[in-house]
Ligand binder design. Structure first.
Ligand SMILES: C[S@@+](CC[C@H](N)C(=O)[O-])C[C@H]1O[C@@H](n2cnc3c(N)ncnc32)[C@H](O)[C@@H]1O
Length: 290
C-alpha cells in the first residue's frame, strides 16, 4: 500500500496525466510537494489511507463529485479586483468609446457581450461590471451581458456569492468600495445593480463554449499553466467565440502570442479578430505595454 507522504515520481505521473486530460494544465515535476499536499487534504476528507486508493476511487467515479473537488484542489485560483489595471483602463476608455462610436454610426447594435474566461472567484467579471456601471451615461439603453466561466465549481460558487474581503480588494479605492459594494461585517458584497449584467457558468476552455458573438473576451493568467497543444485548442475556441472585429485580452505571461496568427496585434495584451470584410476599422488603441 502507498503511504501518505509525498507522491513518488510514478504516482505523480499518474495524477499529472489525469489533471492534463481534464484541464489542459501541465504540472511540472517541481510541483510534486505541492500536489502531494493538495491531494493529501482530499484523502483526509474521505478518510482514505493511500494515494493509490484515492486514485482508483477517483478514476472509477466511485466518489461522487470528487473529480470536480480534485480539480478545484489542484488548480490555482489566485485573482483580484483590477488585476493588471491597464487592461481595464483600455476597456473603460478606448474600447467603450469605440463601441459607442460604432453604435452611433449604426455599425453595431446597442449591446455589449463580454466573456471573462477562467474567471476564478469573479473579481475580473465584477471589475468589468464596475467599469460598465461607471460608464452608465454612455451606455444608457444598451443590453449588457458579462459571462464569467471557470472549470472550478467552488470558484463559481464564490463568484455568484460576490462577497469579498482582504487583499483581493486592495486595488479598489474607498470611493469605489462605497459606490459599488455593500458592507457586510468584515466583507464587501457587490451591489445588485453592479451584479445585474453578470452571469456565471461552468466551462472547460478545452471545449467550445457553444456561444459566439462576444465583443471582447478576457482570458488572463490561465493558459500560463497549459502546454502548447492545450493552448492551441483553447485559443481556437476563443477566437471562434469572438464576433468579427472583437477583441481578445490576454495575461502578461500566457505565452499564446504565436498562436494568434489570424488576429491583429494591437499591443502586448490586446488582439483583434478581423472584421468580416477583412478590414480593421478604427481600432481602439491600447495604452501602456504596447
Ligand atoms: C489564476 S486564475 C485566473 C483568474 C483571472 N482570469 C485572473 O486573471 O485574475 C486561473 C483560473 O483558471 C481556471 N482553469 C484552469 N484550467 C481551466 C480550464 N481548462 N478551463 C477553464 N478554467 C480553467 C482555474 O480554475 C482558475 O480559476
Amino acid at each position: 500500500m502507498w503511504e501518505i507522504k509525498t507522491l513518488t515520481p510514478e504516482q505523480f505521473a499518474l495524477f499529472e496525466r489525469l489533471i492534463y486530460r481534464k484541464t489542459g494544465i501541465r504540472m511540472q515535476p517541481g510541483k510534486i510537494t505541492l500536489l502531494s499536499n493538495r491531494i493529501r487534504r482530499r484523502l483526509r476528507h474521505h478518510g482514505l489511507e493511500s494515494f493509490e486508493e484515492y486514485y482508483t476511487l477517483l478514476t472509477a467515479g466511485s466518489l461522487k463529485g470528487e473529480l470536480t473537488e480534485f480539480i478545484d484542489a489542484v488548480t490555482t485560483n489566485e485573482t483580484s479586483f483590477f488585476r493588471t489595471e491597464g487592461h481595464f483602463d483600455w476597456f473603460a476608455g478606448p474600447f467603450l468609446e469605440e463601441m459607442a462610436a460604432r453604435v452611433a454610426a449604426r455599425e453595431h447594435p446597442r449591446s455589449l457581450k463580454i466573456w471573462s474566461a477562467a474567471c476564478s472567484s469573479g473579481e475580473e467579471v465584477y471589475t468589468l461590471a464596475i467599469c460598465l456601471a461607471e460608464a452608465r451615461g454612455k451606455l444608457a439603453g444598451w443590453q449588457l451581458r458579462i459571462l464569467g466561466t471557470d472549470i472550478s465549481d467552488s470558484s463559481l460558487a464564490a463568484a455568484r456569492a460576490a462577497r469579498y474581503a482582504g487583499r483581493t480588494l486592495e486595488n479598489v479605492s474607498p470611493e469605489r468600495l462605497a459606490q459599488h459594494f455593500e458592507q457586510a461585517g468584515d466583507a464587501w458584497v457587490v451591489r445588485p445593480s453592479v451584479k445585474k449584467p453578470c452571469e456565471f457558468r461552468s466551462h472547460n476552455l478545452l471545449t467550445p463554449l457553444g456561444e459566439t458573438g462576444f465583443d471582447v473576451i478576457f482570458v488572463r493568467n490561465v493558459m500560463i499553466y497549459f502546454d502548447r497543444e492545450s493552448k492551441r485548442v483553447a485559443v481556437g475556441h476563443l477566437i471562434d467565440a469572438l464576433a468579427p472585429g472583437g477583441s481578445l485580452v490576454v495575461g502578461p505571461a500566457d505565452g499564446i502570442y504565436d498562436l494568434l496568427g489570424g488576429m491583429e496585434r494591437k499591443s502586448s495584451f490586446l488582439y483583434r479578430k478581423p472584421s468580416t470584410d477583412g478590414r480593421s476599422r478604427a481600432a481602439p488603441r491600447a495604452g501602456g505595454g504596447a
